[in-house]
Ligand binder design. Structure first.
Ligand code: 5GP
Length: 191
């Protein structure tokens, strides 16, 4: 006995909290869950690959996708646009596969409205100072962009009550285990 349609899991948390690491660990450990690859207008980082980390778009291309209603959700974040393309998400769900969206707060709110069964998980840092240190050490953004991201982080952390689950990323292994625990429990939930 199984559900015909897959479930949508949303993982949100401030930039630098370690969402990417948690996601890549859990994808190796949990079967039948697929990461939605987002489109973004942000510049590609050296370590990133087209179609694996993101679909990198110009602002015009992104705007065309908005107009064509190709996004399940999209948002502007720190001066760039990010969106979850509907196409692959719907394909996975209709085959009974679960989908994981790693997105920021505005997008999580849109998903909560549109997909009322979606399970929303907030990944929080152990402290704001720890987040600041991580973002600076990561060295992927200019100091101005880091400041914008930290301001966003403060706003995001105030809205934790919109989420179904809160996981603190103090120890990576524990955070991954907790997210996996949530996914497994939700798969067994009757109501
Ligand atoms: P980054 O530039 O660090 O890769 O991502 C910046 C923020 O955008 C992160 O919080 C990330 O989770 C979020 N993000 C990535 N893809 C999407 C998306 O498709 N939609 C939304 N709303 N946020 C996204």
């Amino acid at each position: 006995m199984s559900n015909a349609s897959g479930k949508v899991f949303v993982l949100t948390g401030p930039s630098g909290v370690g969402k990417g690491t948690v996601v890549s660990e859990l994808l190796q450990k949990v079967d039948n869950i697929y990461l939605s690859i987002s489109a973004t207008t942000r510049q590609r980082r050296e370590s990133e690959k087209e179609g694996i980390h993101y679909f990198f778009k110009t602002k015009d291309e992104f705007q065309r996708m908005i107009t064509a209603n190709e996004f399940l959700e999209y948002a502007e974040f720190a001066g760039d646009y990010y969106g979850s393309p509907k196409f692959s998400i719907n394909n996975y769900l209709s085959c009974g596969k679960d989908v994981l969206l790693e997105i920021e707060l505005q997008g999580a709110k849109q998903i909560k409205e549109k997909c009322t069964d979606a399970i929303l998980i907030f990944l929080a840092p152990p402290s704001f100072e720890a987040l600041e240190e991580r973002l600076i050490k990561r060295n992927t953004e200019s100091i101005e962009k880091v400041k914008i991201r930290l301001k966003k982080a403060k706003e995001e952390m105030k809205e934790v009550n919109l989420f179904h689950y809160l996981v603190v990323n103090d120890s990576l292994n524990e955070a991954v285990d907790n997210v996996i625990g949530i996914i497994r429990a939700e798969r067994c939930r009757i109501k």
